[in-house]
Design a protein around this ligand. Sequence first.
Ligand SMILES: [Zn+2]
Ligand SMILES: [Zn+2]
Length: 363
Amino acid sequence: MQISLTLSPSKVPILFPPHQPISAATPKTCRVSLQTHVGPVHALKESGFLPAIGRAIEEEEYRLARSQVARKGLDLEGYTIEGISIGGQETCVIVPEFKCAFDIGRCPTRAIHQNFVFITHAHLDHIGGLPMYVASRGLYSLKPPTIFVPPCIKEDVEKLFDIHRAMGQVELNIDLVPLDIGETFEMRNNLVVRPFKTQHVIPSQGYVIYSVRKKLKKQYIHLKGKQIEKLKKSGVQITDTVLSPEVAFTGDTTSDYMRDPRNADALRAKILITEATFLDQNYSIEHARQHGHTHISEIMENAEWIRNKAILLTHFSSRYHLENFQTGSPFQLQDIHQAVSKLQSKVSAKVVPLTEGFKSMHT
Ligand SMILES: [Zn+2]
Ligand SMILES: [Zn+2]
């Protein structure tokens, strides 16, 4: 059974059950008071400075744990990333710097203010919030959003909006862009997006967002400012355009995309946002593959291909929890933090789980 504690700032959680000694090194006076079945926090108050230090540490630990749980956005490689992703329930990962959301299972409020949405595939936990997102933007008089979809679902998405327009007798204004693998779309003058191939049980694709900058061609590097200026005025192309992959988002996929050389940019983007639906030995790699998903052990096996600086793991099955709840069940599932620490030991990239929406013993 899971027990959730409701805590207010004035209440310090009881970290040590009354029937257990705090540690072997605990002063005798403390042990005596604990054996009288007085609550541990109360017991600590009755003795000298050591318990006071213990209490301060306890409060600090609690404060840290609580702030981890309450924190919404993640800071990764200069980007703030927020959102929610629970397998089969909803996925929407937002990068405010790009004004974009990847997938939109249920339309969290924060997503409404993003101008671009990238849809990876048509499962409801990834596309279900799309009509609500468009309607909400209309309600707030925000400009029509640009929605990217795999070309094979474009017509169905158009029909979906036609049905909502007819049923609700509303204007739903969108700029729908079917973007195929290998095509490039300019989001703004220094930012472009390209889809890449993923493998799921229905048609799917991931997206890489690139920053764009101009770099002086090698043959002109030795020239002085005035000479460069003169060349430029004469109409000579003096710069090359350089694309740097910043953020890659896979959506639902098997791990096969990691071994496709055409997907190299996804694996060298500063941040790779990928899925790890299954985390433990209760589910085999075969099971993950059959359902079009990735098992975390496959990411470990493919560690040699990963060049990203950070990996954000998403789409954990709703069977998992943040920490081990000590249920005593021999079939207890691996918790998310344990699984992530195992992957961290295999890759040089920083590994972070997107855990918004998952239960914690600190909530
Ligand atoms: Zn999904
Ligand atoms: Zn799916």
